[in-house]
Write a protein that binds this ligand. Sequence first.
Ligand SMILES: Nc1ncnc2c1ncn2[C@@H]1O[C@H](COP(=O)(O)OP(=O)(O)OP(=O)(O)O)[C@@H](O)[C@H]1O
Length: 254
Amino acid sequence: MIEVKDLHKSFNGEEILKGIDFVFESGKTNLIIGQSGSGKSVLLKCMLGLFKPDQGVIEYNGKAYSNFTDEEQRELRKEIGMVFQGGALFDSMTVEENVMFPLRMFTKQRKKDLKNRVAEVLERVNLTGSENKFPAEISGGMQKRVSIARAIVNKPKYLFCDEPNSGLDPKTATVIDNLIQEITKENDITTVIITHDMNSVLEIGERIAFLKDGILAWKGDKSQIFKTDDKTVTDFVYSSNLFQKVRKAQQQGM
Ligand SMILES: Nc1ncnc2c1ncn2[C@@H]1O[C@H](COP(=O)(O)OP(=O)(O)OP(=O)(O)O)[C@@H](O)[C@H]1O
């Protein structure tokens, strides 16, 4: 669980986060949505420890980051898996080498054990047999699965995903969403996903934080987002045709 309390962050005198309070629960897919520039990435970077908040507290499983020793901060970094926008795979490394990278960085296991763990996660994301391929030789969806495998290879407690679906067709995007959700539940991970994709909100929006101009304008889950009359939310979600259709169908009791 990650609890964000009264989080403020400014750049050059401009307040970007204006007092965010939200609980990102473990074993759940927690989505951060909102328009461009609303502060989603800044919030994620504060949680990653890349930005220091000006005010407020971020607690990881009940302990405030500001109370972590240097050693504990290093430990926390090992406990965070990251799926970057676009995958961010190393082009010159094979699939196996990409997935092995964080294991080499954070652990001192024997080569055989490293290979076994990589084989295990590649099997989990359905990529057995692709070990020796290079990123350019596999599809966008497969690249995302490599990226997920790399993010979970160290058995993280926290998984941060920055637009994991960008650039994928809707069907493949759903496969990736479901994979992230399954892995979250199997391992009781606190998963935080930034997304613009309303299909993802529909599929895996177990907890949703909607940011507007640095404020948490609404929170709820995928069933509530259809029912709310909060204009800020409806203005945002109604820009999606799919949402209009689903809401209409719900209102008609379908
Ligand atoms: N390092 C920084 N220095 C100065 N300003 C920054 C920095 N990082 C972000 N900002 C500003 O903070 C605001 C929010 O940016 P942020 O990247 O969090 O938006 P976002 O909601 O993630 O948008 P998008 O959906 O387009 O990625 C923007 O105005 C941006 O210019």
